[in-house]
Design a protein around this ligand. Structure first.
Ligand code: AMP
Length: 618
């Protein structure tokens, strides 16, 4: 039963279960929801403050974490215990990050192995997953405080280039924070949704999402059709962003004042205050032509035109990435229907102009570029909550789907993580002569034996006309439609008889169960491989035994009594190997039986051919 809560602030009743959208960013994170009254996405913020929560965790002397604005104040004063950019470490080993190790001012454990990195704070060790979970926990607490209702379900965004391990790590971080992560969504997909792109079922579009944040640049080319977002290509620079723009302004001022960056680095607090002035100048120049300030008893100023000159190189770098992304997607500029701007740095007018000029169209920049990803995540959350029935569920299959084949083996038709809707067909045949029906058992899971997977449905294809084993062609097709409903069809192609069944593949499976099944498949991978090999050998042996027996009884007149005896001996030896479940022995005995039967099988074949020729009238 749904719980109803009372909003203490307004006294109004509200539904307890709210699915939030979370942008877990490298520099900043935030939460958005669909406003229950306006039905529009909004970023959550406390009165008079920003929606952005810096993705920074500071640990005090006792190892207690604080997150956000407060943690940021320790970046300069307590860098060893202040963790920023944890997202850059998600799913990474030290080997992966060692080229950029100097970027991290805190201690990343340097074991130079392929195992996942940990961060050391005092005598405690934290994985990037735990660090991210602190940020998510803070976001959850904030959201609960603002909404006055428990928040337990979320959609979280990740970069399009995140691999499976990084996505899984993000999911686990959510779980540790007490969030049921209903979906991991690509950031460019969320940004497109926030612009309403891809929300119409009949829409087919190609979109470029240009995302320039504080420290990273991503360009993604997406193709949307039937509500399915496909990432065609991604490119970018994981160490390029607004921080570099700030640095170029600092260098400009320092050059004017005849000071080098190295000299200034001796005075950390001056360096930091100059950095803040540079960022202030950059933001000011997004809406003004000139900036001027006092710093350390001097006047610092910069004109917009000079600023634009400073960042030409940086802009061109991003444009080069756009070119490469288009090349990888095998598209020309003309194929791009819309350009979506994401990230605070896209507020710089020169950047917008350059991107628009490159793609030859005005860019979409009406939504707040800091919030656009979270707003899109909220839209996705709302679709998942079932509040917006007009929209498609953009989904992937969490587990593989397949059917049972001979010997209880799982034959996968749709592998896990396939995009839906999808359809696949494969042909099978009978293994007994005159077999009039075929049982189709549908399973979900990653294990090799169906008994270890989950049975979803079963039906019989009946009325197959009598044919020798191996002759009927039964095509089994799996189709998952956009609602996640699986339709399994079986059709015997020679006779045209067919049968189908509908199943809801995810029905009743919680995230924990899906995870459990995936974990099982990893733990049992070796056993499964051995079992599969044994089952396959046994199945082959049984088929050969049946065929040989049939052959002998039909063609006795073609065989010598020695041959009949030798064959019977080899068959017995094979049967014994099957009984004692010895895969290698089975394979040896199959070989031996084949050796013995080959000469007379050839003879029988010749006889059949000459018989067939004789029967033909010319
Ligand atoms: P994000 O990582 O998307 O939160 O982007 C943060 C970056 O956007 C930082 O480098 C900010 O300095 C930059 N930024 C925020 N507002 C502006 C602005 N008005 N003009 C230029 N850059 C901005």
């Amino acid at each position: 039963m749904a719980k109803i809560g009372i909003n203490i602030a307004t006294g109004s009743l509200q539904q307890a279960e709210m699915i939030v959208g979370i942008d877990l960013g490298t520099t900043n994170s935030l939460v958005a929801i669909i406003h229950p009254d306006t039905k529009q996405p909004v970023a959550l913020k406390e009165f008079n403050s920003s929606s952005l929560v810096p993705s920074i965790v500071h640990f005090d002397g006792f190892g207690n974490p604080t997150v956000g604005e407060q943690a940021r104040t320790f970046l300069e004063t307590d860098p060893k215990n202040t963790i920023f950019s944890a997202k850059r470490l998600m799913g990474k080993s030290y080997q992966d990050i060692k080229d950029n190790a100097q970027f991290f001012t805190y201690k990343v454990i340097d074991d130079d192995t392929a195992s996942l990195v940990k961060v050391q704070v005092g005598n405690q060790f934290f994985s990037p997953i735990e660090l991210s979970s602190f940020i998510l926990k803070e976001l959850k607490n904030r959201a609960e405080h603002i909404l006055k209702t428990p928040v337990t379900k979320a959609v979280i965004t990740v970069p399009a280039y995140f691999n499976d391990a990084q996505r899984q790590a993000t999911r686990v971080a959510g779980k540790i924070a007490g969030l049921d992560v209903l979906r991991i969504v690509n950031e460019p997909t969320a940004a497109s949704l926030a612009y309403g792109l891809g929300l119409r079922q009949d829409e087919e579009k190609t979109i470029a999402v240009y995302d320039l944040g504080g420290g990273t640049f991503d360009i993604s080319i997406l193709h949307i059709s039937n509500g399915i977002f496909e990432v065609l290509s991604t490119n970018g620079d994981t160490y390029l962003g607004g921080d570099d723009i700030d640095r170029s302004i600092m260098e400009y001022w320092l050059t004017e004042g005849g000071i080098t960056m190295e000299e200034l680095q001796q005075h950390q607090s001056l360096l930091q205050s100059l950095r803040l002035k540079a960022e202030e100048a950059k933001k000011h120049l997004s809406t003004h032509d000139h900036f001027s300030t006092n710093w350390n008893g001097e006047v610092l100023s910069i004109k917009r035109t000079d600023f634009e000159q400073l960042i030409i190189g940086l802009i061109n770098k991003t444009i080069k990435c756009c070119e490469r992304a288009l090349q990888d997607a095998k598209l020309t500029i003309a194929a791009i229907d819309s350009i979506v701007m994401v990230g605070g740095s896209t507020r710089v007018p020169a950047i917008k102009q350059a991107v628009g000029a490159f793609f030859g169209k005005p860019v979409n920049d009406s939504v707040n570029p800091d919030e656009v990803v979270a707003l899109g995540a909220a839209i996705q959350a709302d679709i998942l909550a079932g509040n917006n029935k007009d929209f498609l569920l953009l989904d992937i299959t969490p587990l593989s789907l397949g059917i049972e084949t001979m010997g209880g083996l799982m034959d996968v038709l749709i592998p896990r993580n396939s995009k839906i809707p999808t359809s696949v067909g494969r042909q099978y045949t009978t293994h007994k002569d005159g077999q009039g029906s075929m049982r189709i058992s549908v399973y979900q899971g990653e294990r090799d034996m169906v008994k270890d997977n989950r049975k979803l449905a079963e039906f019989n294809l009946t009325g197959i006309p009598g044919m020798p084993a191996g002759m009927p062609k039964v095509e089994i097709s799996f189709l998952i439609n956009a609602d996640g409903i699986l339709v399994v069809k079986a059709k015997e192609l020679r006779s045209g008889i067919e049968q189908f069944i509908e199943v809801t593949p995810q029905y009743g499976l919680t995230d924990e169960q899906v995870e459990g099944m995936l974990m099982d498949s990893i733990t049992h991978a070796k056993d499964d491989m051995q079992t599969r090999a044994l089952v396959e050998a046994t199945t082959e042996a049984e088929q050969i035994l049946a065929v040989t027996e049939k052959f002998i009884s039909k063609n006795q007149q073609l065989l010598t009594s020695e041959e009949i005896l030798a064959t019977a001996g080899a068959m017995q030896a094979l049967q014994l190997a099957v009984t004692i479940n010895d895969k290698n022995l089975i394979q040896n005995k199959i070989e031996e039986l084949n050796e013995i039967s080959r000469p007379f099988a050839e003879r029988a074949m010749d006889a059949a051919v000459s018989g067939a020729l004789k029967g033909k009238s010319i």
